[in-house]
Design a binder for this molecule. Sequence first.
Ligand SMILES: Cc1cc2nc3c(=O)[nH]c(=O)nc-3n(C[C@H](O)[C@H](O)[C@H](O)COP(=O)(O)OP(=O)(O)OC[C@H]3O[C@@H](n4cnc5c(N)ncnc54)[C@H](O)[C@@H]3O)c2cc1C
Length: 404
Amino acid sequence: MTDVVVVGAGQAGASVVAKLRAEGFAGTITLIGAEKVPPYQRPPLSKAYLLGDMAQERLYLRPAGFYADQDIALRLDTRVVAIDPAAQTITLTGDETLRYDHLVLATGAHPRTLPAAIGGTLDGVYAMRDLADADALAPELVAGRQVLIVGGGYIGLEAAAVAAKRGLRVTLVEMADRILQRVAAPQTSDYFRALHRAHGVTIRESVGLDRLLGDTRVTGARLTDGTELSIDFAIVGAGVTPATVLADSAGLHVGNGITTDSHGRTSDPHIWAAGDCASCLFHGNRIRLESVGNAIDQAEAVALNIMGRDLPYLPKPWFWSDQYDCKLQIAGLNTGYTHVHLRKGETPGSQSHWYYRGADLLAVDAMNDPRNYMIGKRLIEAGRSPDPALIIAPATDMKALLTA
Ligand SMILES: Cc1cc2nc3c(=O)[nH]c(=O)nc-3n(C[C@H](O)[C@H](O)[C@H](O)COP(=O)(O)OP(=O)(O)OC[C@H]3O[C@@H](n4cnc5c(N)ncnc54)[C@H](O)[C@@H]3O)c2cc1C
């Protein structure tokens, strides 16, 4: 009997175990998660769930009976504290050891926190990674209160949108010279800055947080330009770091994430990795993706390779974000782009930004434009790069580009 043990009961961990059983894997499967709740989707934590529009039950990835029905041993509220690769065992809190033939690391990522020295550990300062974080934050969202959001990435912006919709006064600070600088072109930053400002959010770019103020609970913030704000609470959306401590101390190769080969295997032949914690190969470059799509696809590839299918994993990056009534959908990876071309959509506020490196189409950001998102995604996956003059021309039949 082959024993598979999966560390981390999140999106990737849940996908590995489900795929193994769906493909007829007959060995034992153990899924171990540090959180108290069964695997759930994280994206709604900064969107519909935080807004109060989605019940907790709807977050769960599988119905309650799924794991028992599939003969998957789900061990919640349990942390793996060590791996012994030579003995092929792991140690859990409480010193229990488990043996594995294949171990999958699906440990996700940790939100960056602010140091205690600048007030990061005061009460009223929230991270946004887990259900527990969202549940702790939700009661603070009371109309009329003042919130400071630190970080203008997707999670900070989504939190700003939820808070503004709930009637709070929102200030967002981004120390880079524009929001979304790490992930998107200036045109996309401009679109979302305007959207947030139209909803009354104060966006301050090129301004960082100097420190949070307060004795035990945060009451204010001083910004790097010397401005002082009076605030009721703060949300930190300063990005994540991959959860690699276990892998590191087991002697696995770790760079920006746990290094995996083209098949999802780490530097140890019996240990695999998938999801936010793993780095993988993409057209010869090493990348690490933080997205649901990647967590599922990479985890499923690992499951198939554990079963000996010998399938290389080629990421097909896609992502989305919901802010107010705007759905942003992104296909591809824009790293190294040289030009961005704008295509206006058919309805007000609908548009897409097409990223090219020279003549090569790399990625598309589509705002309330699902049709062009889908066309862009299919073009990128097929390795096709239409002439940008066609992209910007209103008369172009975009669907025809798929077969041109
Ligand atoms: C608020 C929020 C909004 C997001 N929105 C989007 C979105 O709109 N679109 C999108 O594509 N992606 C979004 N993401 C990203 C997406 O949720 C992640 O990429 C995805 O969850 C990664 O899955 P994962 O399994 O790798 O990690 P996770 O889902 O983080 O799961 C990792 C699990 O491993 C557990 N764990 C870690 N170490 C141990 C250990 N030693 N022992 C036991 N358990 C351990 C953790 O507790 C955690 O439960 C969002 C993320 C957040 C936090």
